[in-house]
Design a protein around this ligand. Structure first.
Ligand code: FPP
Length: 248
């Protein structure tokens, strides 16, 4: 397989990791075995992103809607997350990876939140890959929270309503200060956004694959990046204009 061009890598890759349940069902195993196998894909994709020199990787690990799943599955997923964070801390420190969390932190069970906050704290100074875990995350919820925070600032006289622009809104999102995703991947065959990064994904190139998340590994990521590099990103301009601005 050809190698991606290092000069035009996506700066930020976001992934909807779908298909764990079906992967397990196909093998006659309980769904949680699919999530467990999914953790191995997470490890592989984090390693590959770091090696490639990707700036930001955002993984949709648990949505605001996922709380509606059977309590045993929610509990098992939280257990996997905790175990992942505990076992990966040393590797993240060693590999210069910095962990962040996007989502409703207060809904995360305290024993998971504690480990997560420790990993965030201990990796905060790292300057390599930024790994965002979207946990209890929902795009509409994120935008609503931003609107509330902005309204409070206006009420308190810290901000004039006329001064609210896109940059102000962005500063109130979980992703404040990070580049928008250039490439958004969804595994597992569905072709929807499912409330993921609704604001940030406005201009993302979307890549859908039938591959189920536990089968998605480095080669599949390279494939998605190569596909991304073949596309022309126009940001509303004509093809000719886009060619001129990207050659500058
Ligand atoms: C979707 O598959 C996947 C999830 C809801 C959870 C993703 C979690 C992991 C990959 C493991 C834990 C994460 C980390 C970062 C360690 P699904 O269950 O909806 O699959 P289905 O559509 O086939 O039912």
């Amino acid at each position: 397989m050809p190698k991606p061009n290092p000069a035009s890598l996506p700066r930020h890759i976001a992934i909807i990791m779908d298909g764990n349940g079906r992967w397990a069902e196909q093998q006659g195993k309980p769904r949680i075995m699919g999530h467990r196998a999914g953790v191995e894909s997470v490890q592989d994709i984090v390693r590959a992103s770091r090696e490639l020199g990707i700036g930001v990787l955002t993984l949709y690990a648990f949505s605001t809607e996922n709380w509606k799943r059977p309590p045993l599955e929610v509990q098992a997923l939280m257990g996997l997350l905790k175990a992942f964070l505990e076992s990966e801390l040393a590797t993240m420190v060693h590999n210069n990876v910095s962990l962040r969390c996007l989502g409703q932190k207060d809904r995360i069970p305290p024993e998971v939140r504690k480990v997560m906050e420790r990993v965030i704290r201990e990796t905060a100074g790292n300057s390599g890959l930024i790994l965002n875990l979207a946990l209890s995350y929902g795009g509409r919820n994120e935008i609503t929270q931003a609107a509330q925070a902005i309204a409070r600032e206006c009420r308190d006289g810290l901000l004039r309503p006329e001064a609210i622009d896109q940059a102000v809104l962005e500063q109130h999102l979980y992703t404040a200060g990070l580049p928008d995703p250039d490439l958004l991947i969804r595994t597992g065959g569905e072709t929807r956004l499912s409330n993921f990064l609704l604001w940030q994904a406005s201009y993302a190139e979307l890549y859908f694959t039938e591959t189920l998340w536990p089968d998605f590994r480095k080669q599949d990521l390279l494939h998605a990046i190569l596909d991304f590099q073949k596309r022309q990103r126009r940001f509303g301009k004509t093809g000719e204009q886009a060619k001129q601005s990207s050659s500058h």
